[in-house]
Write a protein that binds this ligand. Structure first.
Ligand code: ADP
Ligand code: MG
Length: 733
């Protein structure tokens, strides 16, 4: 039976294999299997040093059988076969067990001395010898090799697939070959002209060559072609999603003359910046366009995103529409509520009744808040993800604002959208996102940037305190901090851990466990943990001659929420001079009197994260000072990261630097690398140009052919990449 890309795997490779593929990789169709590209290619002659095999990992090596023997077990029934294999450098042993000798004899015949093959298993160590217990293996067909002496046979690359302990690379290889043998025509996702201009392969050939190249030369063109498939399909899918949202009807939210927005603007004690005015104008137009707004606003901390969002909420409120603001943590939600209430002032606040609704509120308070929301009395509702819960109902949800959430995926946005009749959506982020990442992760959103900062900021100076070169600078840093406090200012000190004496004391994020300690720091340059935990720094400061007498407090994610909130509040009221904290203070915290940010073990943080931390100070009229303390040696990547932050205040420049220094791995974050943006061959840094090109092409195609009726190959590719979950989310529209 000819197989197509949509054929379920059980029909293509049998139920048992299909089950194994689904369990291991979640694959269900042949398209899934064929998109499981080789991780690398081995040669038949390739030797992988057995000596270096990492214990506990599942690996694949090419080796030769050196000896094999079967013996009865000494202490219990059964027999054991031991095979020694070597790679020319090291040796290891394979062990197989059987109830009886006879069960092992066929292996003995197969694993003859001198035979070569690929062996795969979990690396163990027994009595000092590296071993695989019950490994999987496949021997090279030496007869064939002997017959066709040709060199080509030896140089045919062997694809090595991402595999698991249960599913070895050559098992995958065999299934892929089965599918390729039966595969009929593959619809072409790329327009003919593009293929010709770029010299790309047809889809069928590209798949053939990435999975079973005859020579190494065939691999690169196949990868290039499939990378373009990925880029174009992704961009077309995102643009289509954007188009889909735009085609929905949304309630027009007109601002009335003399209404809430006009009164708010009139009472503002300052003029809007040009960027605020421009972005505000765009949003105001979005809100009356009749289709749901779906917009991302990027802007540095303090650039006025909250202000811009609040103005949008007021515009919606004029017609009785409600706005929901989602913050990543309870602390930030509470802070938002306070600052929004303050910005509204005593006149407007009672009219829109800003209401907090979070999971940690007492049952009675919560019920009361929920009632106000359901009845439509409260026009501005602030909360955490709990607002997404099914229990919350709105009378007329007109606008959803998501703050600081590039960790907030399409699915969540869609879930929220489902709560109203296509409400408008505004996503705010203070993390500058490089253009191609924005295009990839937020490709379905329109984007606006607030680049300029409100006037009257005193600015921030950043210094690196390199303890590797100048150990004495640690005390100078703290003397400087003491001077700031003497001038009536406040100091943040950030640590990478809570308690460095305790195992696992590295702070876990309240939102996402990866957030607080940057995963990008694992570059082998800092084999030990961070030097300073909150606990250790508090202890050191207590006996410091100039700090010991000051009001110092600690703050970290293991403290109960109300305690954290209390500490934050008293810091905000100026009752604490020095706040020693983990990155729980990273996002959104606003204390204008704080002048100084000291980051210990600064090399432990990512570039963007350091930039975010620095954004906590220099926010008011008080000049900011940021001291990045590091023990990283000059010339290391860790040190480079820290120096880069000190070198510029431009978050967009730093975002690019961050991408480059981190490499490819984690730019999208754990959540974003989920179904919608799962990139296989595409790399947002390296392939920035390709992504931009693909977006242009996708745009052209979709403008001329919105339903892709003329582009069935692309249509099919897009439909395939939408997982079932996504479909469910989209269906809610
Ligand atoms: P963001 O949400 O981007 O961090 P906010 O909207 O919270 O920024 O604004 C930061 C601070 O700057 C707030 O205190 C706000 O009142 C103030 N602010 C915003 N826009 C202006 C402006 N145009 N002129 C002066 N101050 C402003
Ligand atoms: Mg804000």
């Amino acid at each position: 039976m000819p197989v197509s890309l949509e054929t379920p795997l059980d029909l293509a490779v049998g139920a048992k294999n299909a089950g194994a593929l689904e369990k291991a990789f979640g694959m269900t169709t042949t398209a899934d299997l064929l998109a499981h590209y080789p991780r690398r290619y081995a040669n038949r002659g390739e030797l992988t040093p057995i000596l270096d095999l990492p214990v506990g990992e599942t690996v694949t090596i090419v080796a030769e059988v050196m000896s094999a023997s079967i013996r009865d077990m000494r202490n219990r029934r059964g027999a054991m076969m031991e095979v020694t294999i070597g790679d020319g450098i090291g040796r290891m042993s394979l062990t197989f067990f059987g109830k009886h000798r006879s069960q092992l004899e066929w292996r003995e015949k197969e694993l003859r001395i001198g035979r070569r093959g690929v062996f795969s298993g979990k690396v163990g160590r027994y009595k000092g010898v590296t071993q695989f217990a019950h490994p999987q293996y496949e021997l090279f067909d030496d007869e064939l090799e002997a017959r066709t002496k040709a060199d080509t046979m030896v140089t045919i690359p062997i694809p090595i697939y991402p595999a698991t302990a249960a599913l070895a690379t050559w098992q995958i290889q065999r299934m892929v070959e089965t599918v390729l043998d039966e595969l009929g025509d593959v619809p072409e996702p790329l327009p003919e002209t593009l293929r010709r201009e770029e010299g790309l392969l047809d889809a069928r050939t590209a798949l053939e060559r990435i999975h079973r190249p005859r020579t190494r030369d065939q691999i690169a063109p196949a990868v290039r072609t499939l990378r373009m498939h990925e880029a174009l399909t992704l961009q077309a899918a995102l643009l289509e999603q954007r188009q889909r949202v735009r085609s929905l009807a949304a309630v027009r939210r007109e601002a009335a003359p003399g209404g809430l927005l006009e009164r708010f603007d009139a009472a503002l004690p300052f003029a809007l910046t040009d960027d605020q005015r421009a972005v505000g104008g765009t949003i105001a137009a979005d809100l009356v366009a009749g289709a749901p707004m779906n917009r991302l606003v990027q802007g540095e901390v303090g650039s006025g995103k909250t202000l811009v969002a609040l103005r949008a909420m007021l515009q919606v409120a004029e017609s009785g529409g409600q706005a929901a603001l989602i913050a990543p943590t309870e602390v930030l939600a509470a802070q938002h509520l306070r600052s929004i209430t303050a910005m509204l002032g005593p006149q407007l606040a009672p009219e829109v009744m800003p209401t907090l609704l979070t999971g940690q509120m007492g049952a009675a308070a919560r019920r009361k808040a929920a009632l106000r929301v359901a009845a439509g009395q409260s026009l501005i509702v602030v909360g955490t993800h709990a607002l997404l819960g099914e229990k919350t109902t709105f009378a007329d949800l007109g606008l959803v604002v998501v703050d600081e959430q590039h960790r907030f995926g399409v699915e969540q946005r869609e879930a929220l959208r489902a709560k109203g009749t296509s409400p408008h959506a505004l996503v705010l982020t203070a993390t500058p996102i490089p253009r191609t990442v924005a295009m990839t992760v937020f490709g379905d959103l329109d984007t606006s940037v607030i680049r300029s900062m409100p006037p009257g900021r005193a600015g921030i100076e950043t210094f690196v305190a390199p303890l590797a070169d100048h150990p004495g600078w640690f005390s100078r840093v703290w003397e400087r901090a003491a001077e700031e406090v003497e001038q009536g200012r406040q100091v943040f000190a950030v640590c990478a851990a809570i308690d460095t004496d305790k195992q696992g004391a590295v702070e876990q994020g309240t939102v996402d466990p990866g957030v607080e300690v940057d995963p990008g720091v694992d570059d082998g340059e800092a084999p030990t943990g961070p030097r300073w935990g909150v606990v250790q720094l508090l202890a050191a400061l207590a006996v410091h001659p100039r700090i010991g007498g000051l009001r110092v407090a600690g703050l970290h994610g293991r403290m109960p929420a109300d305690e954290k909130d209390a500490v934050m509040r008293s810091f905000a009221r100026g009752e604490i001079d020095v706040l020693v904290a983990t990155t729980v203070i990273e996002v959104g915290v606003d204390v204008p009197n704080a002048s100084t940010m000291i980051v210990h073990d600064a090399d432990r943080f990512g570039v963007s994260q350091l930039h975010q931390l620095r954004g906590r100070v220099g926010r008011g009229s008080v000049p900011g000072l940021c001291l990045l303390v590091t023990e990283a040696e000059q010339g290391t990547t860790a040190r480079e990261r820290v120096e880069a932050v000190a070198a510029t205040l431009d978050g967009f420049v730093l975002a690019e630097v961050d991408l480059e220094l981190r490499g490819e791995g984690d730019v999208l974050g754990a959540q974003q690398s989920g179904a919608r943006s799962s990139l296989k061959l595409l790399r947002v840094v390296k392939d920035a140009d390709l992504i931009t090109q693909a977006r242009g092409i996708a745009d052209e195609i979709l403008s001329a052919d919105p339903t892709l009726a003329e582009h069935p190959g692309l249509r099919a590719a897009i439909d395939r990449r939408l997982s079932d979950d996504d479909r469910a989310a989209l269906a809610k529209n």
